[in-house]
Write a protein that binds this ligand. Structure first.
Ligand code: FE2
Ligand code: FE2
Length: 290
């Protein structure tokens, strides 16, 4: 078996998303969703309901009356937190695996995906043609998911990839991944999205987040949002490990976004504050920021 088919076999071994998680992701990948549909999905899943109520009643949110209904919890926490909780309930152990192949700590992928999600939502405001902030957030939270599978096939090779990039022999980290394995994390993530049957534009966001100009015209603006969100997360010093900022920036983003350096810097600060808040609320603990 070639390494490439071994990796794809691993993708096929990944457990499917729970029905409620895949419904939530699909729903939030659409522009026209409403809060009631989210409430209905959460209510049909006992584990998710329990966790959402626990989070809504956590001390992070200060003292007030107990939140005992899902509809109150959903409107109180906001749908981004609900999606984060849902993904954490069903993919937590998988998303929290240490990324050894990227020399990343455990939680590095989960935290980088969340930061990218927040940054992608923030930069959406600067798009020349309006794009959905919610879809950008959902795309961001999933964009690097392929690393969870590819990591073990890259074990011990981070130093070599970086040396080649620095010596100008390899263009960027995704090229380094392809040279070693025949695949890269965006392709592996795309295969995962397909096996989870995620709706467009989520698979396209995952597939093209490092080469947005190659995405189909209809989804390109959205892919650029996550491309920029990813860069902003890495500029803040929070990538997934060895591959930090070892990617090329697609300069054509300015065809789709009007954002200045100052605005990028301000966005970085806003993202960091929002990240700490969202992280605490998803984990439902006051000590989550430590
Ligand atoms: Fe990536
Ligand atoms: Fe990333």
């Amino acid at each position: 078996m070639t390494l490439q088919s071994e990796i794809l076999a691993k993708v096929r071994e990944i457990p499917p998303l729970s029905a409620s998680a895949s419904e939530l992701v699909t729903l939030m990948g659409r522009e026209d969703h409403d809060l009631r549909s989210i409430v209905r999905i959460v209510e049909c899943d006992a584990a998710l309901t329990a966790r959402v109520l626990r989070v809504a009643n956590s001390p992070v949110f200060g003292s007030r009356g107990p939140v005992s209904s899902i509809s109150r919890a959903v409107s109180y926490l906001g749908e981004k937190t609900i999606l984060g909780v849902a993904l954490d309930v069903c993919m937590g152990p998988f998303l929290r695996r240490p990324l050894d192949g990227y020399e990343g700590e455990s939680n590095a992928l989960w935290e980088h995906n969340l930061r990218t999600a927040i940054a992608s939502r923030e930069v959406s405001r600067f798009a020349r043609e309006p794009i959905s902030e919610d879809v950008a957030f959902t795309g961001g939270i999933l964009h690097d998911i392929g690393k969870a599978v590819l990591s073990e096939f890259l074990y011990g090779s981070a130093g070599d990839i970086i040396a080649k990039i620095d010596a100008g022999q390899t263009a960027d980290y995704v090229s380094g991944e392809r040279e070693l394995t025949g695949l890269d994390h965006s392709v592996v993530g795309y295969e995962m999205a397909r096996s989870w049957k995620l709706a467009s534009p989520l698979p396209e966001i995952i597939r093209f987040h490092h080469i947005p100009r190659e995405a189909a015209e209809g989804v390109r603006g959205m892919v650029y949002a996550v491309h920029l969100g990813d860069i902003i997360a890495m500029l803040g010093g929070t990538g997934t490990g060895s591959d930090d900022l070892k990617y090329r920036q697609d300069a054509a983003f300015s065809d789709y976004f009007q954002i200045s350096h100052t605005q990028i810097e301000r966005t970085m600060l806003a993202v960091e504050m929002e990240f700490q808040k969202t992280r605490s609320s998803i984990l439902g603990r006051e000590d989550a920021a430590q």
